[in-house]
Structures are given as structure tokens and as C-alpha cells.
Design a protein around this ligand. Structure first.
Ligand code: SF4
Length: 276
């Protein structure tokens, strides 16, 4: 049984899609398990920390702090590269609207809550809301990778379902769009538009998924993924008997089947609920 008051998120739902056993271990049983998520370990940890710092910098900038002052605080050359690329993201900086960085919304679905923590929402009053999400991936990610992520569906769905308080009036799906900015390809943001049909499909899909999860017996061992490639970036490898080989950091996020991006997201979620 899930902990009382459990709130679903794109990370937990993605875990369930990738491997229901991982969802069970992580969220139903709360099983802590030491395991390296990617190698080289030091580089991986640096990348994690850099990702957190990048999100914090952007948040402060979007709250109105001076870009030059923020830039002077950066002592990491790789982070500086990301920061400068972000400052060159004209699509964002030219968009006129109210900024809501690191903003959380949640909606009820099938008797449970599903939340979304947005890196940034830009609200153009009376017109539309644009979701921005920062991916500090080392490589360009194909559009199909984003299409396959639960994040794309959950974030847009929750925004429409719960956006009244933010927007001041009911938000139509056509007024929502989502932009992924990738540090490894900063000039090629990946954009999605939304519509009524997709909203209905997402609602049915997510409702069916959460109802299925809630209805499962916690006594059983839930299915281990059949795709053992997904185990390379999972801390439960040794617990599941799925070998000791660890995935390489530079592989993460380029294969929609691997979970490293989400593994990083999970850890960052522990820190500050940011998408990665
Ligand atoms: S090691 Fe593999 S089977 Fe086990 S929880 Fe992780 S992804 Fe699932």
C-alpha cells in the first residue's frame, strides 16, 4: 500500500512505466539501497551538483536578480557555459509575461493527487501559459525521447486541470505549450503544443495508470522490467540480481529506454523537486 497522502509525480509515474518493481521498492516499500547510479562516480556527482546550481541560478534570474551579478558568482567553467547559453535563449527572454519559477501545481485524478513542479511557468494574462523545463543533459536528446516521457503528459495535463488559480480563469488546452531547453543543444529547444484531444487522452491514460497502481497488492513482488538495460542506472541492481555493471554518465538520457535521466531526476527531486 502506498504511504498515506502519497502524491504522484512525473518521476514516480515514469518509474512505474519503466519498471513496476522499482516503483514498488521506491515508493511502496520506501526501500533505501546503496547503489551507484552512473560512472565515473565523481563526474556523476559533479554533474548532479552542477544541475542543481544551474536550476537555482535560473530561478533567481527569473525572480529578477541581475544576470551579471549571478554570472560573477559562478566558479565552474562548465556551469558558466550553460549559464551563457541560457542567457542567449531569446525565446524565453523575449516572452512577455509573469514569471513563476519552481512552481508546483497539483490536480486530483482517480481519487489521488498528481503534482507537477515546473522549472518555470510564463503566464501571458488572458492568452496562454508556457511551461519551460531545463534539461542539463550532456547531449542533444531526440524529440521522441521527450514524447515518451511522462513529464510531457503530466505537466501539460496538470496545468490545464489546475491552472485556474494561476491563470485567473479556466485554462483551455490550446492555451498551453511546453518548451524543453537542453544544455547540450541550447539553440534547439524542443516544443510541444497541447489540445483538447490530447488532454482527454492524457487524462484517461493517467487515470487508468494511477487506478492500476493503487489497486495492486503490496504483498506481491511487482514485475521486474524485461529490459535489463534499464537496470544499468538503477540503484536496486544488486537487490534485484540484475548484475553490477553501472551505466556511463555520457549515455544517460539519449536512449528513451534507459532510466538515467530519471534516476538523476529522482535524486534531484529529493533535493528540490526539479526536473533534469
Ligand atoms: S534493478 Fe532493474 S528490475 Fe530492479 S528495480 Fe531497478 S530497473 Fe527494476
Amino acid at each position: 500500500m502506498l504511504p498515506r497522502g502519497f502524491v504522484f509525480s512525473q518521476s514516480s509515474l515514469q518509474d512505474y512505466v519503466d519498471c513496476s518493481r522499482r516503483f514498488q521498492l521506491r515508493y511502496v516499500q520506501g526501500q533505501a539501497w546503496p547503489g551507484i547510479l552512473a560512472e565515473p562516480v565523481l563526474q556523476y556527482e559533479e554533474h548532479m551538483e552542477r544541475g542543481v546550481r544551474f536550476h537555482q541560478l535560473v530561478e533567481r534570474h527569473q525572480l529578477g536578480m541581475d544576470a551579471q551579478h549571478l554570472g560573477e558568482l559562478i566558479d565552474d567553467p562548465a556551469l558558466l557555459v550553460w549559464w551563457r547559453a541560457y542567457l542567449g535563449f531569446d525565446m524565453l527572454h523575449g516572452l512577455v509575461g509573469r514569471r513563476y519559477p519552481e512552481f508546483t501545481l497539483s490536480a486530483e485524478l482517480a481519487g489521488v493527487r498528481v503534482s507537477a513542479m515546473y522549472d518555470l511557468l510564463v503566464v501571458v494574462p488572458g492568452e496562454r501559459v508556457v511551461i519551460f523545463d531545463w534539461k542539463t543533459s550532456l547531449k542533444k536528446l531526440p524529440r521522441q525521447w521527450f514524447e515518451a516521457r511522462l513529464q510531457t503528459r503530466v505537466y501539460q495535463y496538470v496545468l490545464v486541470a489546475a491552472g485556474l488559480s494561476l491563470f485567473g480563469e479556466a485554462l483551455r488546452p490550446e492555451q498551453v505549450s511546453m518548451v524543453y531547453w537542453v544544455a547540450g543543444a541550447p539553440l534547439e529547444p524542443v516544443m510541444f503544443t497541447y489540445d483538447r484531444r490530447q488532454y482527454a487522452l492524457d487524462g484517461a491514460y493517467l487515470e487508468s495508470m494511477v487506478a492500476g497502481i493503487v489497486g495492486r497488492s503490496s504483498e506481491d513482488v511487482w514485475d521486474l522490467t524485461a529490459d535489463e538495460m534499464r537496470c544499468r542506472f538503477c540503484e536496486y541492481r544488486s537487490l534485484c540480481g540484475r548484475g553490477l555493471a553501472v551505466g556511463q554518465l555520457d549515455e544517460y538520457g539519449v536512449d528513451s529506454a534507459n532510466i538515467a535521466g530519471e534516476g538523476v531526476a529522482f535524486l534531484l527531486d529529493d533535493v528540490q523537486e526539479v526536473g533534469f
